[in-house]
Each structure stands twice: as structure tokens, then as C-alpha cells.
Design a protein around this ligand. Structure first.
Ligand code: SF4
Length: 139
């Protein structure tokens, strides 16, 4: 059986000055660089805000996972504002709620527990990325 794999866009919020904002970025880096390189890709949230053609093309032609650092949900809303419904949306605090032993701290750089939490969250999201990459939209 022939299967086609497409890229999956993982979009963290900007999250400046917030620990869970930093967690969204670190989780994204883990997915893009370590867990699913070549399949998970990302872009700058700000490029969507300024309507950069390449960034818009990317989110319009691939499944999108948003990860937000607080209920303002800037990543999700930025995608929706461009007429795209994310395939999956996450709040970074829920990664911590599922792994209370890993309490993230830090803003510019996460503490060791936060970095570990980002790695664990990325590992857990791998299956979601894999499913979306082969066109399985259901969880
Ligand atoms: S979702 Fe919250 S933490 Fe993330 S960019 Fe928006 S206001 Fe900042």
C-alpha cells in the first residue's frame, strides 16, 4: 500500500517573558530537531501576522499543530485569523499537569525540569505528528 507523508507545521506562540511561552518553543524545537526532523516543521508566528506569503502558503497546505503558553492562545488565533483551522491545539500548561514532577521555570531559558518536560511532551506528540503526516485527522 502506498502512503504519502506530508510535513506537519508545529507553531508555538511567541510567549516572551513567560515560562510556558518558553515551553511552547522548546517543545517545538524538540519535535522539529530531534523527534520528527524532516516531517515536523515550524515558522515564525510573526510572519503570519504580517501575512508573509511563504508562511501563509505553509499553513494553508499542511496540517497545523498550535502550542500556546496561556489562554490568550495567540498561536491558535493567528492561524484561525488566516482562515485555517489547526488540526490540533495545545496549551503548554497541560504538559506540566500531566507530568507534575517536571516543574518548568525560567523565561529566556528553561530550567532542567522544563527542558526535560519539553522533551517528554515532544515524544508524546510524535504519534500525533505521524498521524497527521499520513493524513489521519482523527486523534
Ligand atoms: S499565548 Fe500567552 S504566552 Fe503565548 S504569546 Fe500569547 S500572550 Fe504570550
Amino acid at each position: 500500500m502506498k502512503s504519502t507523508t506530508r510535513k506537519v507545521v508545529v507553531l508555538p506562540c511567541s510567549g516572551i517573558g513567560k515560562t510556558y511561552g518558553a515551553l511552547t518553543r522548546e517543545t517545538t524545537y524538540e519535535l522539529v530537531d530531534r523527534v520528527r526532523p524532516g516531517i515536523a516543521v515550524t515558522t515564525c508566528l510573526a510572519l503570519l501576522v504580517i501575512e508573509d506569503p511563504e508562511a501563509l502558503q505553509l499553513i494553508m497546505t499542511h496540517p497545523v499543530i498550535t502550542i500556546d503558553g496561556c489562554p490568550k492562545s495567540c498561536a491558535r488565533k493567528s492561524v484561525e485569523a488566516r482562515g485555517v483551522t489547526p488540526a490540533r491545539t495545545y496549551q503548554a500548561i497541560n504538559f506540566y499537569k500531566a507530568h507534575k514532577e517536571l516543574k518548568p521555570d525560567g523565561i529566556a531559558e528553561l530550567n532542567e525540569a522544563g527542558l526535560k518536560l519539553a522533551a517528554v511532551a515532544a515524544d508524546e506528540l510524535a504519534q500525533v505528528v505521524d498521524n497527521l503526516a499520513v493524513g489521519k485527522e482523527e486523534s
